[in-house]
Write a protein that binds this ligand. Structure first.
Ligand code: KGT
Length: 287
């Protein structure tokens, strides 16, 4: 007897990524198995997207180690592992961000793999976090080792039209406007928001971007104290187009799963057509 419901599902994964890739790889494998087991328990089939946080493969290894796990696009153990897991578990995986080579600095690339392990999209983080925060890390200089991206990415998937953004991008509403203008229904935001700024800004910014653009915001965050003492905020969150929190985590590692409701999204956009009412145009300064 088969009574499997085939609905698209999206899962956000949150944990404390370590400096060492092998440790993160082991964590991921166990987590993918748990997600698959919970599908089996609830008899849910259909396409399944798993979204990992920013810098999932290594975190807090110090700036000098940034290049250690950087890979050429399409080759290397981290991408191979993710692609293998796609096939093995029948998941699409948005590999938060990882360092992809290309010149002197690395791109903080958010790579989307389909269930065959093929690359379906690549977004390079545009806004880089060069800021001082009153925490034990004090000053962040992401641009010292990262080359900013200059392309907006919206991709059609079995989960809806996905716009790709990362972490600090959240503070730049014009970018989210532009993603919505290009058709985004969901916006992914793999993050490593700091504990200090996350506590103050994470939830209201996510809700604002979701409400003003009438999109789902899917934001898995790093959590806890990393190997270099850096602290991240956790509280991974799915916010719906009305601004409701569909699911969230606290500070512990874990995952949350949901199914988007595009009828509700269309109904909302019909009743309150903010996109048509908008009187301003967004310009991408890189164009
Ligand atoms: O470099 C790595 O290892 C991983 N990447 C990050 O942690 C990035 C760049 S330093 N963090 C952010 O963008 C935090 C933004 C933030 O916290 C805010 O906007 O308040």
């Amino acid at each position: 007897m088969s009574d499997i419901t085939a609905v698209p599902q999206i899962t956000l994964l949150q944990w404390t990524s370590r400096a060492d890739w092998e440790a993160n790889k082991a964590y991921l494998l166990a987590a993918f198995e748990k997600i698959q087991a919970s599908n089996a328990r609830t008899n849910v089939g259909g396409p399944h997207l798993v979204i990992l946080p920013e810098a999932f493969a290594r975190f807090g290894a110090g700036e000098a180690a940034q290049g250690k796990y950087a890979e050429e696009l399409g080759q290397g153990p981290i991408q191979d592992f993710i692609a293998d897991c796609c096939r093995r578990f029948n998941f699409w995986i948005l590999a938060g961000t990882m360092a992809i080579r290309g010149g002197e600095r690395y791109a903080a690339a958010s790579l989307l793999f389909d269930a065959h392990g093929e690359l379906a999209a690549r977004y390079d983080k545009i806004h880089l976090f060069d800021a001082s925060v009153n925490d034990n890390t004090k000053s962040y200089r992401e641009s010292a080792f990262t080359k900013p991206g200059n392309k907006l990415v919206v991709v059609d998937t079995p989960f809806g039209k996905m716009g790709l953004a990362v972490c600090y991008d959240l503070r730049f509403p014009e970018m989210f406007r532009a993603l919505r203008a290009q058709g985004a229904e969901l916006i992914t935001l793999p993050s490593a928001f700091t504990k200090v700024t996350g506590e103050a800004h994470w939830q209201p910014l996510l809700q604002a971007r979701a409400i003003e653009n009438q999109v789902y915001l899917l934001a898995p965050n790093q959590t806890g104290t990393h190997d270099d003492g850096r602290e991240t905020w956790g509280h991974s969150m799915i916010v719906d187009p009305w601004g409701r929190i569909s699911a969230t985590l606290a500070s512990e590692p874990g995952f949350i799963t949901f199914t988007p409701d595009f009828n509700e999204l269309e109904e909302l956009r019909g009743r309150m057509p903010v996109q048509q009412h908008n009187q301003f145009e967004v310009t991408f300064l890189n164009d």
